[in-house]
Design a protein around this ligand. Structure first.
Ligand code: HEM
Length: 124
């Protein structure tokens, strides 16, 4: 079990759904990010929600619907440099502040997102 898998138990499904909602509200307001995403953000929001549900120790619906995440590979379609990483991370941290889960869960989630966002960089 990875250390992030206790998050689902700590905050529950509704909070994770809300985090994905808040994240995409940020994306919609950020031109640098928005132009990378499809016009209709709702399906992307659902994919992120199901992915996070799984990573944080909840149901594996993402795996059933989308297969193995292989996230870095799935992101090779976009040029992800440190600047766009900052936009993404900033949007996620704002979403997390808005959600404001209990401190222990929040710190774990911040740690996870920083690590995952760095891992997604595929361009100088
Ligand atoms: C670092 C900068 C990042 C950028 C610019 C970026 C951008 C994108 C874009 C444009 C999509 C396509 C939207 C869609 O149709 O689903 C996407 C998909 C996705 N991203 Fe990211 N992303 C980044 C980092 C991350 C991180 C750190 C995570 C995980 C914590 C993540 C999780 C996902 C997931 C789960 C999908 C849907 C994959 C699928 O099932 O097809 N992304 N991302």
């Amino acid at each position: 079990m990875n250390p992030f898998q206790s998050i689902y138990e700590l905050i529950g499904e509704d909070q994770i759904r809300l985090l994905a909602r808040y994240f995409y509200l940020e994306v919609a307001q950020n031109q640098a990010l928005k132009k990378l995403y499809p016009e209709d953000l709702a399906p992307a929001e659902r994919r992120l929600f199901l992915f996070l549900l799984q990573v944080f120790g909840g149901p594996q619906t993402y795996l059933e619907e989308r297969g193995h995440p292989r996230l870095r590979m799935r992101h090779l379609d976009w040029k992800i440099d440190p600047s766009i990483r900052d936009h993404w991370l900033n949007a996620m941290l704002k979403a997390l502040d808005k959600l404001n889960p209990e401190q222990n869960a929040k710190e774990m989630m911040m740690g996870y997102f920083i690590k995952a966002a760095n891992h997604m960089i595929n361009h100088e």
